[in-house]
Design a protein around this ligand. Structure first.
Ligand code: CLF
Ligand code: SF4
Length: 527
């Protein structure tokens, strides 16, 4: 075994000793500029104290690279890259790229000129939009002219916006110079395997050197290009995030090895996402019945990777034309027709002033988190390693500030003694439909958070309250508008006190399902 403590999912299930061994090893590591040798807290969930100042500058307001930032800052994508140079078995070209976006809705494809106009329009309307990404709907680097023309112009016309690029990596080595030339500080590479035999089950073909290459040869070329591209970016100081699609039975345990290999090559973050696979998407996996993982399967693989490359767990598998906070989609407000009628004023000073206010809010959330963690350290007579999950309804600012009936997703936090850690989200159908509760939705909502002991909301009606209780999930509305970590740890302290007093027995919950399919803009319906 290597000096870095990696364990299989089986080992992880055997007991907590292995987990603490991993954490001890990770904590001893120290944080490098690449993030590759970081502390367990470095990266997605890290703060300024966990990383060098120049890295913090790059991640502090990037909603994907910082979990904390994603409560406050928004990103947008422009769909200027329609073509692709490989075939993934989870992708149907009629739909958006599965690397960075959910299948199901065709994007409005843009020219670089239209894309720049859209970015300036969004920047003037949403001042907390800090990142522009090109993530398809094909592959950004299979469309280099449009991709780099868009970045070139934005670097000049919107200098405060961070530039972000997502690719399958096949053409990455040849474009590293250009990536650096336009100050593209964040690059995502989708790496689903580091063994071409696994790759051959995911990629039927690639287009390489003017011909279509298939099978093991295709997977070998793709793997070599991905590793080379990652190493080159690390050497040039570009922050890299690795996206991996978890495909049960094909690369689930293998992703632990992927995590180790990308860490070795300096990846800053590793984002393990569930396969989205439905027959109606017309993908090879959808048509052959390949299923996606359950919530527990996804978490087990992510947990087994702890101690390796830092994990991102707040990915929303966005569309290639997404606009807004992660988990919300405001792209409908910025169609080409609507932009043409807008009075676009890109005011850098105004944006900076607004972002300073956002930063004050974010620091308040950070301080509340630190205080709540310290307050929850005292010995309360309950086993120190009692952990559980809670679901939280939030519409941003890091607060419990959403009505149960208005939630289109719940954020999932793992609570342990003195720790409240974001571990994922669950998409749900909207319960409240135009002023009345849609009781048919309740079973699917319960199913989505079935592994949680409680759900924290700003408000909840009598009917869903009773149904949740019947399913063993405690509805909690006492902490409305408080910061999430503080609210969750306060509730958890009460839960532990009830366990200590013998009022309740702590019992583990079951599994939950990850909902498939595209976001349908239901937030507007809730407003
Ligand atoms: Fe877009 Fe990707 Fe940049 Fe983020 S998304 S190009 S790194 S700005 Fe973020 Fe969306 Fe997940 Fe991507 S939540 S799919 S990880
Ligand atoms: Fe589809 Fe993206 Fe794979 Fe290309 S890289 S086949 S667009 S998922």
């Amino acid at each position: 075994m290597s000096t870095t403590a990696f364990v299989s999912i089986g080992d992880l299930k055997k007991g907590r000793a292995a987990v603490s061994q991993i954490l001890e090893t990770a904590a001893a590591g120290g944080c490098s500029t690449s993030g590759g040798e970081g502390k367990a807290s470095c990266g997605s969930s890290g703060g300024p104290e966990d990383m060098p100042a120049e890295i913090w500058e790059k991640v502090k307001n990037h909603p994907c690279y910082s979990e904390e930032a994603h409560h406050h800052y928004a990103r947008m994508h422009v769909a200027v890259a329609p073509a692709c140079n490989i075939q993934c078995n989870y992708c149907n070209r009629k739909y958006d790229c599965s690397n960075e976006s959910r299948p199901g809705v065709v994007s409005q494809k843009l020219t670089p000129d239209q894309a720049v106009k859209k970015v300036l329009a969004v920047a003037s309307e949403i001042p907390q939009m800090t990142v522009l990404g090109i993530a398809g709907p094909g592959d950004a680097l299979a469309n280099p002219a449009k991709t780099f023309e868009t970045f070139r112009r934005l670097q000049e016309e919107a200098p405060d916006i961070k530039l972000c690029l997502s690719t399958n990596g096949l053409q990455l080595p040849q474009y590293v110079d250009e990536i650096c030339k336009y100050n593209i500080d964040h690059v995502t590479i989708t790496i689903n395997m580091v063994d071409p035999r696994v790759g051959a089950q995911i990629y039927p073909w690639i287009f390489w050197d003017h011909r279509r290459v298939t099978g093991l040869e295709a997977a070998t070329i793709l793997h070599e290009q991905q590793m080379k591209g990652l190493e080159m970016l690390t050497a040039r100081g570009v922050l890299t995030k690795i996206n991996s699609v978890l495909i049960p039975g094909i690369n689930d345990e293998h992703l632990i090895k992927v995590n180790r290999e990308v860490k070795k090559r300096g990846a800053f973050l590793h984002n393990i996402m569930p396969l989205i696979s439905e027959a109606e998407h017309g993908t090879h996996f959808g048509l052959t019945g390949q299923r996606g993982p359950t919530a527990q399967e996804l978490k087990e693989v992510q947990d087994a990777c702890m101690g390796g490359a830092n994990l991102m767990r707040h990915c929303r598998q966005c569309r290639a034309d997404a606009v807004g906070l992660l988990g919300e989609d405001r792209s409908d407000e910025f169609t080409l027709d609507k932009i043409a009628e807008m009075d676009v004023v890109y005011d850098l000073d105004k944006r900076r002033a607004y972002q300073q206010q956002v930063e004050v809010e974010r620091q308040k959330q950070h301080a509340a988190k630190v205080d709540a963690r310290q307050a929850a350290q005292a010995d309360d007579g309950v086993e120190a390693d009692l952990t559980l999950l809670v679901a939280v309804a939030t519409e941003g600012q890091g607060k419990v500030n959403q009505h149960f009936g208005h939630a289109t997703e719940f954020q999932i936090y793992e609570l342990g003694k003195g720790e409240a850690t974001f571990v994922g989200h669950r998409r749900v159908d909207l319960y409240c439909q135009g002023g009345y509760g849609e009781d048919e939705q309740l079973p699917s909502i319960v199913n989505a958070i079935n592994d949680c002991h409680a759900v924290l909301v700003s408000k909840i009606g009598a009917c869903p309250r009773d149904e949740l209780k019947a399913a063993g999930i405690e509805p909690v509305d006492e902490y409305a508008h408080e910061f999430i970590e503080k609210a969750a740890l306060s509730w958890f302290a009460g839960y532990r006190a009830r366990v200590a007093a013998g009022e309740i027995a702590h019992t583990p919950r079951g599994d939950a399902s990850i909902r498939q399919g595209a976001f349908t803009g239901a937030t507007e319906a809730a407003a």
